[in-house]
Design a protein around this ligand. Structure first.
Ligand SMILES: *[C@@H]1O[C@H](CO)[C@@H](O)[C@H](O)[C@H]1NC(C)=O
Ligand SMILES: *[C@@H]1O[C@H](CO)[C@@H](O)[C@H](O)[C@H]1NC(C)=O
Ligand SMILES: *[C@@H]1O[C@H](CO)[C@@H](O)[C@H](O)[C@H]1NC(C)=O
Ligand SMILES: *[C@@H]1O[C@H](CO)[C@@H](O)[C@H](O)[C@H]1NC(C)=O
Ligand SMILES: *[C@@H]1O[C@H](CO)[C@@H](O)[C@H](O)[C@H]1NC(C)=O
Length: 566
């Protein structure tokens, strides 16, 4: 038994031995689930509660040596509704113990809902949460809650200020009361005043409204938003943080200077994806200035599959910035109700600026590697066009696979006449479409006879004297159940295929295929629900379906142990 397991068991007895209180949620819709015991799609090491609906991660923070995760949760069913802030704690971001909900409707300013928000550590290491409440008029307002007992490392009880709401739409500020939500972690300006962002829009112009406060209770709206873009629609869950210009360490959210860049991330409600821009924070003018060359539109995404409402926090223990995100289901609502749950969180990712300065790099937190067991390592080998190499010796539904390909000549790369949306390119050229260089990659959740499989692969193109590397996650054959969303995802990866290896790491977890290409430069998360490739029937292969041979320079795979999550 590991130290962390002992710790968590102690935690469980502390929590449940003390007679946990059960709050009643009045006045809320109920949708009971026909909870099924046959659960091939429940994850083993991705965060999810025992049942019901979850969405956004909220208020992540590290306090008293513990990581705290709050999340949007429906205690009554597998569809959205009755939302409370559920609360779990962890020593390692891998194993989690549940606590009672931290925030639930209890005062006029949140009686119709307790939606997303963030935590900030005030002077003297005092945590405070700002979150969106839905008031009796169904207006979105911003509220504050503080821990009742700072000596309690579990931060079990949260007290709302009677001054709530602290920010609200009025006839004077002309804020749309249906488009005013998701406060960020606050940061300190040079003037010693706190600043916080709230997502909003005016007609089609999406924006991050800026509020300023001396004492964290009295907030004044700044004249200008921190940033806005025409046509982007509602900005949900904004996140604004500095990243060091070099290296992989993270810094506190209030840090500014010429050695950092700033990242503005928003969840675009119209597109249902998380986008970010890299730029600088002009503290004198209190505006975000996107870098030249990087489009002023939102182009870059954290993840080119399913990933939404994400949020970072600074981990002052390991000096890193950690990203958490929600991954929704691709199954039908009827199937969600049948299985009794919906939604998971992605593996927490460390996040830093790539040395090019042009994008972020994301990598699963190192702690997840503690779950690795039964390593399988393949000696470097050639994989011929049309060849499949089975990866034996790992649990194919619960695995971590790292593979690297090396190509020595690029002459055979398919010429691309014009630049196309990479996702469309991936949909047109799935794993069955051969080209000079690619597709090559992994087949996961593959059934005997390949009636079902999900393919994650590279394909190299020549476009105007440049080599373009495409990374695809093709779900079109992932399940014989066609009620699922089988959309193919794809993105270009900024790697030089002649001088760099084409690396791919895929975390496989029963219904999750979470892929990291180019050492974290391109992430694609997919959800799949195979009907044949389940339990011990699933297989993993490396494959090359291009006309040229390629070398596998590295292949390491592990079975993943089950994490202790609830
Ligand atoms: C605060 O928490 C500490 C640590 O759990 C506990 O010993 C103490 O009794 C608590 N104080 C109150 C007033 O509940
Ligand atoms: C306010 O936002 C809601 C939700 O997006 C929208 O339906 C409504 O048209 C907006 N109202 C105005 C006056 O812009
Ligand atoms: C969740 O998934 C569905 C279907 O796969 C998609 O259409 C929807 O927009 C997603 N919702 C969010 C908020 O990501
Ligand atoms: C490889 O290509 C062939 C023919 O193009 C196709 O029949 C087969 O399904 C492909 N394999 C995979 C794994 O997609
Ligand atoms: C594969 O690697 C071997 C050994 O390094 C090399 O001789 C060969 O040319 C490579 N083949 C391809 C197709 O890259």
């Amino acid at each position: 038994m590991t130290i962390s397991t002992i710790f968590l068991l102690t935690l469980f007895s502390v929590i449940y031995g003390s007679g946990a209180t059960h709050h009643l949620f009045i006045n809320l819709q109920t949708l009971s689930s026909d909870y099924s015991s046959n659960q091939p799609y429940r994850t083993a090491y991705h965060f999810q509660p025992p049942k019901n609906w979850i969405n956004d991660p909220n208020g992540p923070l590290r306090y008293g040596g513990l990581y705290h995760l709050f999340y949007q949760y429906n205690p009554k069913g597998a569809v959205w509704g009755n939302i409370v802030w559920a609360h779990s704690v962890s020593k390692d971001l891998v194993n989690w113990a549940p606590l009672d909900p931290a925030i639930f409707p209890s005062q006029p300013s949140d009686i119709n809902g307790c939606w997303s928000g963030s935590a900030t550590l005030l002077h003297g290491n005092k945590p405070v949460i700002l979150y969106t409440g839905i008031d009796p008029m169904n207006h979105q307002v911003q509220n504050l809650a503080q821990p009742k007992n700072l000596s309690d490392p579990f931060l079990r009880e949260w007290v709302k200020t009677p001054k709530n709401p602290l920010m609200a739409p009025t006839s004077a500020n002309k804020i749309n009361s249906s488009s005013f939500r998701d406060p960020t972690t606050a940061w300190l300006g040079k003037d010693g005043h706190w600043r916080v962002l709230v997502g909003s829009k005016r007609r089609t112009r999406g924006m991050a409204l800026l509020y300023i406060s001396k004492d964290f209770f009295n907030w004044v709206q700044a004249k200008h938003p921190l940033h806005s873009t025409l046509g982007s629609g509602m900005w949900e869950c904004p996140d604004f943080f500095p990243v060091l210009n070099s290296g992989q360490l993270g810094v506190d959210t209030s840090v500014n200077g010429d050695y950092v860049s700033h990242v503005l991330k928003v969840s675009l409600d119209d597109k249902k994806h998380d986008y970010y821009m890299i730029g600088s924070y002009n503290a004198a003018k209190d505006v975000f200035v996107p870098d030249e060359g990087l489009n002023s539109e939102f182009v870059l995404r954290y993840d080119y599959g399913k990933y939404y409402a994400s949020k970072t926090f600074f981990d002052d223990g390991k000096k890193r910035r950690v990203l958490l995100g929600w991954v929704n289901e691709s199954s039908s609502v009827a199937d969600d109700i049948k299985k009794g749950w919906s939604g998971i969180h992605a593996i927490p990712r460390a996040i830093w600026l790539h040395k090019s300065g042009k994008q972020l790099v994301q990598w699963p937190v190192v702690e997840i590697e503690k779950l690795r067991a039964n390593p399988v390592n393949l000696a470097p080998k050639l994989i011929k066009g049309g060849q499949l190499v089975q990866i034996n010796g790992v649990t194919a539904t619960q695995a971590d696979v790292e593979i690297s390909f090396q190509v020595s000549k690029l002459g055979k790369a398919e010429v691309l006449g014009y630049l196309t949306d990479p996702q469309i390119l991936c949909s047109k050229k799935g794993s069955a479409v051969k080209s000079g260089l690619g597709p090559f990659g992994l087949l996961v959740f593959a059934s005997e006879g390949l009636q079902e499989y999900t393919s994650v692969f590279f394909r190299i193109f020549r476009y105007q004297h440049k080599n373009l590397v495409l990374l695809c996650s093709d779900q079109s054959r992932s399940s014989l159940n066609k009620n699922n969303d089988l959309t193919t995802y794809g993105t270009f990866v900024d790697v030089d295929p002649l001088h760099e290896k084409l690396s791919l790491r895929t975390l496989i977890d029963h219904s999750v295929v979470e892929s990291f290409g180019g050492e974290g430069r391109a992430c694609i998360t997919a959800r799949v629900y195979p009907t044949l490739a389940i339990n011990d029937k699933a297989k993993i292969y490396a494959f090359n379906n291009g006309t040229s041979d390629v070398n596998i320079s590295r292949l390491s795979a592990w079975s993943m142990k089950k994490a202790h999550i609830h």
